[in-house]
Design a protein around this ligand. Structure first.
Ligand SMILES: [Zn+2]
Ligand SMILES: [Zn+2]
Length: 450
């Protein structure tokens, strides 16, 4: 046993303060205060880890040092750690007799952008990204997730007489480019290691207050598809349009007409968005170019809505080209992450415990429109719950909502600056209780069967 773990056990005295209650209802109130005490005594270490990771962020698939830091933490706790799963990912396993395997996932990656928070622990690091030098910043809060993940592991190890089974803590690379989950699965995540019975992940969110935990049953985040279209025309003089086929005109038609797929073909009560974020074509005012390239993003929640939008987008692009008597356009749709769909059973189990622990600070929320590749693990057969934790002072959030204070910077803003302590503490408490609720449910179901 490491000195650190011994300190954790001794200081929190978790194993002696609570009787084993495998078959009775979890005593959530005393469990929560035991977890709070554990996190409180452990917080200085988590704070140092958080600020170190925050100050030295690494971008998708470059997370070597970040992964090594987490690997060291988990080994010190007694986890068996395998590094370089899916390039820079890691898997940490902790067996505690027979029972289900529960996966807890964090992401490792930061974003290619400059941090402008002015915090003492702000990142000034740079890296090479797609051939260009760029700043790197943890502006999505994945550093909060990592600190909460390590804190949850420590707390669960300290509470190990409260549960039986296997913890499978995974740190996933490259979430921001929705590639890391796929990379880990392709590298044998569920074949070289046990396939988890249940899974959990959390995300820090700049839209609400720390201490608050939001969740959903069912669809939680969107399907994402990338769109690339090249309209092919015939270039020529801007004053002699009759001798040309004008791809700028086609692009202009398409950008407007494609919105009728959203407004006329899709059920208006269902979520679906098409946004064209880039148009590239032409050089100067009086030359009609040969071609114009468009790039966009397509978001949806339901597979049937997605299929309808993809078909409509393709038909619109071809129709626009046909209208100009142009050759067929080149259309590429790149499948990104699928919607995260929370499992009703897992949510129902965790809900009871989290509701008892957090009261009305734990509540359902609408789905969010950004995407998340945690869906890869769900679609590989791991019933899961993905939830969100707030990051800002409740007063500032309330003032912003009522228009009495400034808007607070959201995820991916260069000013995104979670308040570390209460945010990480809530992350650890909510995640620990969620994992314990599933272990407990399983133990009681087993007891009933026997
Ligand atoms: Zn992000
Ligand atoms: Zn994120």
């Amino acid at each position: 046993m490491t000195r650190f773990l011994a300190t954790l056990l001794a200081s929190a005295a978790l194993s002696t303060s609570l009787p084993l209650q495998a078959r009775a209802e979890l005593d959530v109130v005393s469990l929560k205060s035991a977890i709070e005490r554990s996190v409180e005594s452990d917080y200085p270490k988590l704070d140092a880890l958080y600020k170190d990771i925050h100050a030295h962020p690494e971008i998708a698939f470059q997370e070597e040092k970040t992964a090594a830091k987490l690997a060291a933490e988990m080994r010190a706790l007694g986890f068996e750690v395998t590094e370089h799963v899916g390039k820079t990912g890691l898997v940490a396993i902790y067996k505690n007799s027979d029972g289900p395997t529960i996966m807890v996932r964090t992401e490792l990656d930061a974003l290619p952008m400059e941090e402008k928070t002015g915090l003492a622990y702000a990142s000034h690091d740079k890296t090479i990204w797609q051939g260009r030098e760029t700043f790197v910043a943890h502006s999505c809060g994945h550093d909060i997730h990592m600190a909460s993940w390590v804190g949850t592991a420590k707390t669960l190890v300290g509470l190990k007489d409260q549960w039986h089974g296997t913890l499978m803590f995974i740190a996933q690379p490259a979430e921001e480019i929705v590639s890391g989950a796929k990379a880990m699965l392709a590298d044998g995540l569920f074949t070289r290691f046990p396939k988890p019975d249940f899974g959990f992940a959390l995300h820090a969110n700049g839209a609400f207050a720390y201490g608050t935990v939001l969740y959903r049953v069912g669809i939680d985040s969107s399907n994402i598809d990338g769109l690339y279209i090249k309209f092919r025309g015939r270039g020529g003089h801007g004053a002699v349009p009759q001798a040309t086929i004008d791809p700028v005109m086609m692009a202009a038609h398409f950008v407007v007409d494609v919105q009728s797929v959203v407004s006329r073909e899709k059920d208006p009560t269902e979520f679906g968005v098409v946004s064209i974020g880039a148009i590239h074509g032409g050089t100067v005012a009086n030359i009609i170019p040969d071609d114009v390239v468009l790039a966009g993003t397509i978001r949806s929640f339901k597979p049937e809505v997605r299929a309808k939008m993809l078909a409509g987008i393709e038909r619109t692009a071809k129709a626009v080209a046909a209208m100009s008597n142009a050759p067929e356009p080149e259309i590429k749709i790149t499948e990104g992450a699928k919607a995260v769909i929370n499992d009703p059973g897992v949510v129902a189990t965790a809900e009871k415990v989290l509701k008892a622990a957090f009261g009305d600070k734990f509540r359902p929320s609408p789905p969010v429109t950004p995407s998340e590749d945690y869906s890869e693990f769900i679609n590989a057969g791991v019933p899961s719950m993905f939830f969100r934790i707030g990051v800002y002072e409740p007063e500032r959030v309330a003032a912003a909502r009522e228009g009495e204070g400034p808007q607070l910077p959201g995820n991916h803003s260069p000013l995104f600056a979670p308040v570390p302590k209460p945010t990480i503490e809530t992350g650890v408490e909510a995640m620990t209780l969620a994992v314990l609720s599933v272990f407990d449910q399983h133990a009681r179901e087993n007891a009933r069967e026997k």
